[in-house]
Design a protein around this ligand. Sequence first.
Ligand code: NAP
Length: 234
Amino acid sequence: MERVLIIGGTGSIGRLVAARLLELGRLPRVLTRDPARARRSLSEGVEVAAGDLADPAAVRAALAGADAVVMTHGAPYGSGDHAAVDYGAVPAVLDALDGQRLPIVLMSSIGVTATGGQARELLEWKRRGERLLRASGLPYTIVRPGWFDAGSSSHQRVDLCQGDRIEYGPVRREHVAETIVQALLTPSASGRTVEVFSADGPALTDWPGAFLAAEADRPGDLDGARDRPGPRPR
Ligand SMILES: NC(=O)c1ccc[n+]([C@@H]2O[C@H](COP(=O)([O-])OP(=O)(O)OC[C@H]3O[C@@H](n4cnc5c(N)ncnc54)[C@H](OP(=O)(O)O)[C@@H]3O)[C@@H](O)[C@H]2O)c1
């Protein structure tokens, strides 16, 4: 896999994903509504594709020649744009792919299966995006981060979990980005939904083993393998 389109590649996680892909000799390409700002903030070597994900022609153009797609986009919390952006990016990419079978890594969030809570609307749209991707039949990995950089700076270990453990806690942004990149590069990550947290202990080195230890999503099931059925209080 060489060229990777990152939807949300100018964001706090997407920028780290782009930098890591460059380091690994891949060609990251970033879709952005503001190419001038993107060029100022992204490393040299990152390709910039101009456009809004609501513009099908722009998404199709950004996908030209890509071998894989990473989605780390998101509308500002409370903007009212979660349906159009957080969810809307998934059908936008699937439509633009038009049957092409590219692997997709989607960053979602912990808490998508919970009910209630202030972020309910946002999380509901994230969950719908996850479900559409699982139903697409494309090779995918869904990565659900814990709370970004919330007191986790000394933690070296990436902890992959399942079951939407909203109570677990924080994750370093660089651990989220590394998990996304490893999900792209590791065949055993395909068809899996994992939550990612940062914890005490040695750094994770056996990524194939860590993904293999996660249960694969059941074909035809819209939810993650260990998501608990029914509504969950939050
Ligand atoms: N904060 C947490 O603890 C936490 C935990 C779990 C999950 N999350 C999720 O993480 C996401 C935020 O990640 P982040 O911090 O990396 O993002 P961010 O810094 O807020 O950046 C958002 C990205 O989305 C892109 N985007 C937004 N609307 C777009 C549109 N209409 N067309 C094209 N691109 C668009 C932006 O691109 P341009 O502006 O360049 O166009 C930018 O790259 C949120 O969805 C949030 O729910 C957050």
